[in-house]
Design a binder for this molecule. Structure first.
Ligand SMILES: Cc1cc2nc3c(=O)[nH]c(=O)nc-3n(C[C@H](O)[C@H](O)[C@H](O)COP(=O)(O)O)c2cc1C
Length: 201
């Protein structure tokens, strides 16, 4: 059974990115995919390059959890026109260990204007690490799309989250040509050459 890891890049109580991941988890479960949470990144310390080979235990745990899943969805907020620093910091700890190399990834950002800068930032840094971003989704104005408990109840958004999940799962379960098509569609938007990823398996 396919294993999908969920990475929440918001440390905010009542996070809308977390609420979006809750919808993703339900969609994935309906598709017969096993879902696991990668754990909080709140305690991941600031990146220290000399500690790459002997990282703090929480970083080792994050790497191990990522290595154990077939694909990951990262949902992170946009702060001041970039991805939330805590997520970028945690991603920096993965570079030396090549944890995301060839890992299929879905990138999601929920925020006031739809997270276009956060998504671009994530696609660039994950691609630089050799991760395969196969789909992205930005959700704007989340406060208008949730119920009183912060759960998404807007039908259009629920449909977008379903399709986002289906696209990632479908690409993972499809052929290498399917994955290359998806990857090309995403990275070409940012002038990243799909050839840098080599042969897709
Ligand atoms: C310091 C700060 C900076 C922000 N900068 C942006 C921004 O550049 N673009 C944007 O669309 N939203 C911005 N927002 C709004 C967040 O994207 C929004 O609060 C979002 O819901 C946060 O995700 P969360 O609910 O999962 O924590 C900012 C919020 C904060 C607190």
């Amino acid at each position: 059974m396919m294993e999908l890891g969920l990475w929440c890049g918001s440390l905010n109580e009542g996070s809308s990115n977390r609420a979006a991941l809750d919808v993703v988890a339900r969609s994935a479960t309906r598709l017969g995919v096993s879902v696991s949470d990668l754990g909080s990144i709140a305690e991941v310390p600031a990146f220290v390059p000399t500690q790459v080979d002997e990282p703090p235990p929480i970083v080792a745990q994050l790497r191990a959890r990522l290595e154990a899943v077939d694909a990951v969805i990262i949902a992170a907020p946009e702060y001041a026109a970039g991805v939330a620093g805590s997520t970028k910091n945690a991603l920096d700890w993965l570079v030396g260990a090549s944890t995301l190399y060839r890992k299929p990834v879905g990138v999601l950002s929920v925020g006031t204007t739809g997270g276009a800068f956060a998504i671009e930032h994530l696609v660039r840094t994950i691609s630089w690490q050799g991760g395969l971003v196969l789909t992205t989704l930005g959700i704007a104005a989340p406060k208008t799309k949730v119920d009183g408990d912060g759960r998404f109840d807007d039908e259009v958004t629920l449909g977008e989250l379903d399709r986002f999940t289906e696209t990632l799962v479908g690409a993972c379960q499809g052929t290498p040509a399917d994955r290359l098509d998806r990857l090309t569609a995403v990275v070409s938007r940012y002038d990243i050459d799909p050839a840098r990823f080599g042969q897709i398996r």
